[in-house]
Design a protein around this ligand. Structure first.
Ligand code: ADP
Length: 499
């Protein structure tokens, strides 16, 4: 593997930490308990900052601020055009401060700074501009019903949205949740992931500079079983949206059901197939399959984590996939040219190394990698397994790390069956030059997204979400508006039906 920087001496990130408190009703405040929790630098495991630790009491405060902003405040009553202008001004401010925001993201999460500036921030900005465009184009229908009635539908915001996000793309997840919720006129209480609380607090301040009224967006940093669970159980929260593990998704749904039956959007785990067909250009397929798995240190819910390769190109593919992994540049996320930083924390680091051991023990062939990288922080060598069988844990479980598992297949019906034999159904990749193969696979694969000859295309207008245990509902695009609107039918009797 190439290393671009001495890992022992981390580079100083180009940003100061200004916001570590909770954001409630437009103010940065301490937690009611006065408690804080540490957010750590994945490069070293050392402290970045102590952050206010919200719990049930702070969730209560944040929900009442959001409730008031919805029931009495200007937000749902503003013209949609005014709301749209605030979203646009916010996007401009994020663009202006892109480098500091990206630095916070890279520091807290461990992702390469160049990926934060080059991928995540532009997608974030684009998404807010996209939903700003929707804000004043949301409207109902006029319906021809039987009988003497004038019938119309009103598309109304639901109310207070509780949103819980993970640590792998803290900013992108912020945008997917907040963008449509606010465009539709809802107010929000967001719980960020305990591993990565910093970037959301920074951008939330910019949102208020852009003119967002107090209470419309509240942010409670803290842990899942305390702050997160309190948000899910709250009787005054009208809607939940969650991105995270399937295991936690089940808890969220249960808490929602046991409290006030609030509707829930879930975006959960995956074990997405990436299928390399016999006609594939192997060099291109290797590069795309590599990116599909290793991007963001392998910490993507949609990672192409089962690489199915046709037997005719299998041996060549393995050699080249191994060579590509060996060339992957691992190093300090703030070093130029780095492709892979550390995993987010010690828990993920240990879990991934455990899966690697299980792969070796179950008889898969370790082509390269398999160890920690360096001796400091949570870096892991880019790892490739070949000769992987469907029932091995590394082929069934979400590893969420830089571990490529390569499986051999013979024919298209077989690969369809094996791809679909998973409780997950988030995404799939198909690599072929044959239109018929592409169409057959696109239709047969049970996944919320099928990327053909591409992967990880995250345009704001394209819906994203899961089949099966990968989730409920779709985010992004026009589809996400449905998550944050409810439909009221207004039926008015006509006195003179002749007209
Ligand atoms: P991961 O295992 O990748 O950390 P999780 O699903 O546990 O994924 O975490 C995603 C988000 O869900 C985080 O913000 C976390 O704090 C939150 N969370 C975890 N457990 C709960 C819970 N019991 N109730 C509500 N939120 C939770």
């Amino acid at each position: 593997f190439s290393t671009a920087a001495a890992l022992e001496e981390p580079i100083t990130p180009p940003v100061n930490i200004e916001h570590t408190k909770l954001l409630i009703n437009g103010q940065f405040v301490d937690a009611a308990s006065g408690k804080t929790f540490p957010t750590l630098d994945p490069r070293t495991g050392l402290l970045i900052a102590d952050v206010a630790e919200g719990d049930a009491e702070d969730i209560n405060r944040a929900v009442s601020a959001a409730r008031k902003a919805f029931d009495e405040g200007p937000w749902p009553r503003m013209t949609a055009y005014e709301r749209s202008r605030i979203l646009l001004r916010f996007a401009d401010l994020v663009e202006k401060h892109a480098e500091e925001i990206a630095a916070l993201e890279a520091w807290d999460n461990g992702k390469p700074y160049e990926q934060a500036t080059g991928d995540e921030i532009p997608l974030f900005i684009r998404l807010f501009r996209y939903y700003a465009g929707w804000a004043d184009k949301i409207h109902g229908l006029t319906i021809q019903a039987d009988g003497p009635h004038q019938v119309q539908t009103l598309h109304e915001p639901i109310g207070v949205a509780g949103q819980i996000i993970p640590w792998n793309f803290p900013l992108l997840m912020f945008s997917w949740k907040i963008g449509p919720a606010l465009a539709c006129g809802n107010t929000v209480v967001l719980k960020t992931a305990e591993q990565t609380p910093l970037s959301a607090l920074y951008v939330a301040k910019l949102f208020h500079e852009a003119g967002l009224p107090p209470g419309v967006l509240n942010i409670v940093s803290g842990y899942g079983p305390t702050a997160g669970a309190a948000l899910c159980s709250h009787m005054d929260v009208d809607k939940l949206s969650f991105t995270g593990s399937t295991e936690t998704g089940k808890i969220i749904l249960e808490l929602a059901a046991r409290s006030n039956l609030k509707p829930v959007t879930l975006e959960l785990g995956g074990k997405s197939p990436f299928i390399v067909c016999e006609d594939a250009n192997v060099d291109e397929a290797v590069e795309l399959a590599h990116a599909a798995l290793f991007y963001n240190q392998g910490q993507c819910c949609c990672a192409g984590s089962r690489t199915f390769v046709h037997e005719r190109v299998y041996d060549e593919f393995i050699e080249k996939a191994k060579a590509r992994a060996l060339k992957r540049v691992v190093g300090d996320p703030f070093q130029k040219g780095v492709e892979q930083g550390p995993q987010v924390d010690s828990e993920q680091f240990d879990k991934i190394l455990k899966y690697i051991r299980s792969g070796i023990d179950s008889g898969a062939t370790l082509e390269t990698g398999g160890q920690r990288f360096g001796s400091n922080g949570y870096y892991i060598q880019p790892t490739v397994f070949s000769n992987v069988q469907d029932d091995m844990l590394i082929a069934t479980d979400e590893i969420f790390g830089p571990v490529q598992t390569i499986l051999k297949f013979k024919d298209i019906n077989e690969v369809i069956r094996r791809s679909n034999a998973s409780p997950y159904g988030l995404a799939a990749g198909v690599f072929t030059q044959n239109l018929d193969t592409a169409n057959t696979l696109s239709r047969a694969l049970k996944a919320g997204t099928v990327w053909v000859n591409c992967f990880d295309v995250f345009d704001a207008a394209i819906p994203f979400g899961g089949y099966k245990m990968s989730g409920h509902g779709r985010e992004k695009g026009v589809y996400s508006l449905n998550n944050y609107l409810q439909v009221k039918a207004v039926v008015t009797r006509l006195k003179n039906p002749a007209w």
